[in-house]
Structures are given as C-alpha cells and as structure tokens.
Design a protein around this ligand. Sequence first.
Ligand code: M6R
Length: 608
Amino acid sequence: MCGIVGCTSRTGEVVPGLVESLKRLEYRGYDSSGIAAIGERGLGIVRRVGKIRELESELAVAPLTGSTAIGHTRWATHGSPTEANAHPHRVGKLVVVHNGIIENYLELREELTQRGARFQSETDTEVVAHLVQALWQGDLVAAVRSAVKRLHGSFALALLHEDAPDLIVAARRDSPLVIGVGEGAHWLASDVPALLPWTRRIIYLEDGDVAALRPERVDVTDAEGVARARAVAEITWSAEMAEKAGFPHFMLKEIHEQPATVSNALLGRIAENSGAIVLDGFALSDAELRSLRRICIVACGTSWHAGQVGRFLLEEDAGIPVEVDYASEMIHREPLLAKDDLLIAISQSGETADTRAALKKGREAGARTLVITNVAGSSMARDAAHVLLTYAGPEIGVASTKAFMGQLTVLALLALRLGAARGRLDQKTLARRLHELKTLPHALEQALALSDAAKDIAGELAAARDALYLGRGLNYPIALEGALKLKEISYIHAEGYPAGEMKHGPIALIDPSMPVIAIATESVTSALMSGNVEEARARGARVIGIVSTGEERLMKSCWRTLVVPRVPEALSPFVNIIPLQLLAYWTAVIRGSDVDQPRNLAKTVTVQ
Ligand code: M6R
C-alpha cells in the first residue's frame, strides 16, 4: 500500500531524513517512489520505479535539497508502475502525493481537461493536483479545503506549493495520516514507524481533517476552516523495536516475539486479587453481555483465521452463536444485525478498507461494535464503540504472525469474560483457564525451538509445487493459516482443508509429489486425524505431522514430524501455528523470496 512522508524544518536539509522515513514504510509494499523538495533553487522532484535504492542512486547524482519536502512510495492502483505515474505529481508550482482512491476521478478529469488541464499520468491522483491548482488563489490551505469537498473516495494527501516554501498541507478521509511534533520541525507520515527516528510525539489526524504544517506550528481544521483540537500522543515504541533486532528478517523476529505477545496481551487484564478479567476498552456490563443474542466476526486474511478460532472459543466458553464473515463479502449483503448482536471487527492494522466498511455496516444496523486491533490510533479503533488492543507492537513483515497471536490471546480472554458473565464458567474453571493462558508463553518458547527441524523439512518442501494442509475443529483455521503463510511468502500453491473433507475431493490430488501437512496434536478428534494421515500415506503422500509430545504411533506414520508441547486443546492453535510459520519462513528463505515484502502484497490494504 502507498506510503506518505513529509517534513518542514526551521533548521534546513530534510531530504536524507525523508529517504530514511520512506525506507521505514517499505513494509507496506510499493513499486515506485519519489520526493519533492522546496530549496533555494525552487521546487525539485525525483521519482523512480523500483526499490528506494533506485531513488537514492538518482539523488546521489542529482541531489535534491530543501527544508520542506514530501515523499511517497506508490503501490499501483490506477496506471502501471512507471515514472510518469509515480508520485509526487506536479502541476505548475504545486505538487501532491496521495494514498487511497479518488472514485470520481474520471468526471473530474473530464471537467478539468475541458478547462484546459493537460494530464501527464494515468493516475487518479493527478486530478487532485489540477483541482487544487484550479482553486488556488494564493492560499494553499484554502485551496485544499475547497478541493477535498469535491473529492469522492478515500485519501490521505500531502501538498507543497513553491510560493509557500515552509508549508505542507495535509488532508485525510478513510486513509491514515499522522503528524510528528518536534522542536522547530513537523513531520507527516502514513504510519508511525516512519517517524520514530525523529520524534515520538504524534498527532493522529481524523477523517475530514485538513492540517497545515509549518516548522513552528500545526493547525488542524475541517474543510470549512473550523479549528479541530487534536491531542499529542506519546509513542512508547522505540525506533529499535521497529527494527530487526539481529534477526535476518522481520518475519523471523516477529515469530520469535510471540511468547512476549501473549504476555503483553494479558498484562493488566487479569485482576491480581479477584482473578477477574478486566478488559479496558470493552465496557459492556455483565447484564449487557448476558443479553447478547449473537456475535458476528468480520475480518480479512489472517485476521479472519483468528476470527474462525475465536468462533470455537466463544461458542464453547460463552455459549453464544458466532458467525464469521469475510468483511469483503459481508458488505455486499444486508446482514441481519440488531442491537443485541455484537459485531467484532478484527484487524491488525485497523485500516483494512473492507473490514472498516463492514464495521460501519454493523454500526449502522444498530449492532454493538468492538474492534480487536494492534494499532491504537487506527481508523477502526476510532470508529468502533469498544476497542481491545492486541499490544503486539509494530508488525513489519507483510506476512502476519505475532499480530495473529495477539488476536488469538484477546479472543481467548474475551471468550472467558463472556463465559463468566453468562454463567457458563464457574470461578474454579475460570481460574484454571486463566492459569493455562498465563503459562502458554512457556509452551510457545518450546515450539520455537523447532526452528532448525522446520528448516530441515523446508529443504524438501521448497521443491514442491503444491501442498495440502489438514486440520480439524479449532485447528482447521490453523491449517488455513499455515497454507496462507506458505503461499504468501514462498509462492507455493497451498490449500487448507478440514481433514474430514479430504475424501470428498482433494484426495484425488494426492500422490508422492504432494506434501500433506497434518495438524494431528492431541484432541477429541485424534483418532479420526490418525485415519486421515494413514489415508494420505496409503496414496504415497509425504505426510509432515504436527504432533504432541509422546505420540510415537503417529510419528511412525508420518514422513517427518514436528513435535509440539502438550497443551489443553483450546490453546492448541496458539502452539500449532508456530511450526507452520517456521516451515513457511524457511521454505521462502530457501527459495530465495523476499520474505518481508512478498510480491504483489501490501501490509495495509486500504482499498476495497
Ligand atoms: O490489517 P488486517 O489484519 O486487517 O489485514 C488483513 C489482511 O490483509 C492480512 O491479514 C493479510 O492476509 C496478511 N498478509 C496475512 O499474512
């Protein structure tokens, strides 16, 4: 997804710092980049297709200088990744960078063309530059305020004008944008990690905000010019936390952070004396929780898989019916939601366009709304009535790992909280279940010790063309998630299937070239799963079994095994996903793929 950066400073040269900030947005995925700066020689622009190192090479031969600048990484939506389509887009003395999609760009393009505008690119963004130019009467802030009223769709915008050399104007609607506050300098970015080397004092802009950044001050108004008060938040993540801490890839670092992820998500949420669950941000009373009729979970990708695990936990512990929908599907039908339904949106970023739209739909239908997210100031965190943070820290690898673990932990706590309030769990059971959750990080540490064994198996898996992942019950979503991890980063086709469905079709695919990854840890369905392993083996499959300690019989049936510690079945998804993440990671490394930024994928998908 595209990334925006900007800086205006009293003390001079800002371009090298902005290049550094752009690098910190690389995880969002991009195909071209660019910078525009206003210096002593006026407005200059450099744009390049490809990685930021291409931009740096160009800047080395044709340096760009200035104390006010904006930059961008583009992930193509309208028009292919070319230099002409890369941002910033220039019209006269004005430049613009943009994230999101201008839905009425064709009408605007037509109108502006009739008024004499000449377009240089295929992008929707360029209409913004021409529109602001057409409305400009010597005041960039006023022109942007008028322009945003004409735009349909989503946008985060940053603009410079050569006649206002110490000013950046920014605006947002349905696309994130944050301001970094410093001494004699202000920064702008689409995500906090880009600003961490420079400041930890952050203002989260909200939908409809138009901000004017100058070295000494920031003014935020709405499109009518009415002042909007925005608080400055102190970010506790260090710049180092957002870096790799000695691991070769962010993904491996994040996989290894998962024991801490569980501890952090539990921190302060279990009262020391009473053992009660305290979910700050989820303020429904016991009576309100008892009156809930149904829960609907909406999410995309990995977060949707967390929702599927959540369904098992919530139905089992709280005795409440749960539906799990792909957000992108739910928004195109009329969900039967009412005030005694709870809509839970799960999103690492809190910005995914489909999930946000589904949340809005639930809110409009009158349902109670809760978002489970990793990003405190995100759009969804502001849209929902209730918010539970996962506290996983910034997740940089595009393939989600620790955020998933944080989501599972919060869902487990939520299920227990509802179970207690609805009288399904007595005090003793609740205390035992919480104790099991608290000791889970130790089991995760043990599962992480499988890294070398997973690397060894990955040596074989890397040569496969397809792979089949099988699981049952709570571990069916883990089969889906394991398959998603493999395909995302190694580009091997992989499918997750409920093991019981194997004989209803996929078994026809099985031959000696097809690895079958069977999640066969201790469970009420263990006997059935053993049968599935035998069926696959009988057809020549090389079965890689995820099995619990002490299961010698299964170990003999599998081609290779990854042995995980025994945990209660409700917690098996937490443990079982770790070897699958490691298997996908090492397979991708062996195949030489770009693990942290897999092709065609974006970390934050802010378009539908
Ligand atoms: O930020 P979100 O959790 O809303 O993102 C949802 C999906 O885009 C995301 O989980 C995606 O599937 C990841 N690449 C999975 O690794």
